[in-house]
Design a binder for this molecule. Structure first.
Ligand SMILES: NC(=O)c1ccc[n+]([C@@H]2O[C@H](COP(=O)([O-])OP(=O)(O)OC[C@H]3O[C@@H](n4cnc5c(N)ncnc54)[C@H](OP(=O)(O)O)[C@@H]3O)[C@@H](O)[C@H]2O)c1
Length: 278
């Protein structure tokens, strides 16, 4: 296979340079496929790490900020902990750099790190807007930008982004979070066109409410009666399913695709009903 070289129309990053990691395709250090999972110190990301570990045969690289929690999950999964903050591009670059140094390549990126913010948009502090966009959207793009040259060079790999039903339908008092998740879905869709014809896959897993510390951490408890929060292990199953069966989009629970499709087909009616019944 020929080395693909740097992506067109883009500045050359250290990991784009053919000499940086030797000639492509590079063998991974352990021979096992490598999954880099962000958000792995808690909730969905921790469940995804546990799911991949249960499948066996993977080299797992786990990211989060809380070193103690991350180490505990990494020990449990036989994984390597690579803690760092992803709220700026430098952190994303450092993480991928360390991942490539440790493992020699990344086959699957599960971008699961995320934060929420809930409340009226006019009450949202500008710094909170920046933070939600940085972690939920920009980090996904920066990680992808850093990891993709290696994947394209080997013409094999899978990018999986954790989206949200909020991005598919929009949610009152979660305007910026919903916008970030919608943008992640559009980013994935656009990348798929760019990568068509290659063996690189892009998936988005779209959960509804999930029973994790997410709501406590954003400072606003989950108060809707529907959808009812599901266990993070169910989202991890959906992530595994998307990777194993190369699915582009997986809603979890599955019935959530109905409101998303309905909104696509009849947006005005959907909006009227959503406004009335929230
Ligand atoms: N829970 C839900 O109802 C729900 C529904 C739909 C989608 N999601 C999405 O699912 C993903 C995971 O959420 P969760 O429910 O598992 O929440 P969670 O339990 O709060 O976990 C969030 C994870 O993101 C990491 N993270 C946050 N900010 C970070 C930063 N600046 N740099 C690096 N890592 C950072 C956290 O690391 P530390 O803890 O180490 O700081 C943690 O591992 C998010 O993208 C979220 O938007 C959640």
């Amino acid at each position: 296979m020929e080395a693909a070289g740097p992506l067109p129309h883009s500045p050359v990053l250290p990991e784009d340079r053919p000499g940086r990691h030797g000639p492509a395709p590079r063998a991974h250090r352990t021979g096992a496929p490598v999954a880099l999972i962000t958000g792995a110190s808690s909730g969905i990301g921790a469940a995804v790490a546990t799911r991949f570990a249960a499948e066996g045969g993977w080299q797992l690289l786990l990211n989060g900020r809380d070193q103690e929690r991350l180490d505990r999950i990494a020990d449990h999964c036989g994984a390597t902990a690579l803690p760092c903050d992803l709220s700026d591009p430098a952190g994303c670059g450092q993480l991928v750099e360390r991942a490539l140094d440790v493992a020699g390549g990344v086959d699957v990126l599960v971008a699961g790190a995320g934060i929420g913010w809930a409340g009226p948009f006019m009450a949202m502090p500008p710094a909170a807007i920046d933070e939600v966009l940085a972690v939920d959207l920009a980090a996904v793009m920066h990680l992808t930008r850093r990891v993709l040259p290696d994947i394209v060079r080997r013409d094999r790999g899978h990018l999986l982004f954790v989206g949200s039903i909020a991005g598919a339908v929009g949610v009152r008092e979660e305007a910026v979070y919903s916008a970030a998740k919608a943008a992640v879905a559009a980013f994935a869709e656009s990348l798929r066109y760019e990568l068509a014809g290659s063996r690189v896959r892009v998936s988005v897993v779209v959960p509804g409410a999930v029973n994790t510390p997410f709501f406590t951490r954003r400072g606003a408890p989950y108060q809707r009666s529907r959808p009812r929060p599901i266990a993070p292990a169910r989202v991890a199953d959906a992530v595994w399913d998307a990777v194993a069966h190369e699915r582009s989009e997986v809603f979890v629970p599955g019935w959530l695709q109905l409101p998303a499709r309905f909104k696509g087909l009849a947006p005005a009616l959907f909006r009227r009903l959503a406004t009335r019944f929230a």
